[in-house]
Write a protein that binds this ligand. Sequence first.
Ligand code: FES
Length: 139
Amino acid sequence: MTTANISTISTSSDSCHTLFVCKTCASVWQDGKRLGESGGQKLLQQLQGLAQNWHLRDEFPIQEVECMSACNRSCVVAFAASGKITYLFGDLAVDDSASAVLECASQYYSKPDGLLPWSERPEALKKGILAKIPPIPLN
Ligand code: FES
């Protein structure tokens, strides 16, 4: 019997926010195979660990992705939500940015349009912004 594997994002009615984390960033490859754990996987694990005690863990799920086409700017994360600006951040240190990412995600969550002014962002996310995409107009 086949069951539909529906994304947890679409089944959570009040959870339109998503923190995308590239798990392939900062990989070391040899003969077409990845050696060990990638930097992206390490960052993802740190974020998932910290998010256990994050007050927004249910409203702002973390979703791992294979690649966001910013591979030469690893590590890479993105914030997205319906009706809000979408942000793509790169150049994140593997071992030193998880708490800043969640802090910035909290700021993003609290803003109706998601706008993250440079002066308010945590230090680790002040540089390395790769994209700021306007929201799709709501009907
Ligand atoms: S490998 Fe992370 S953005 Fe491509």
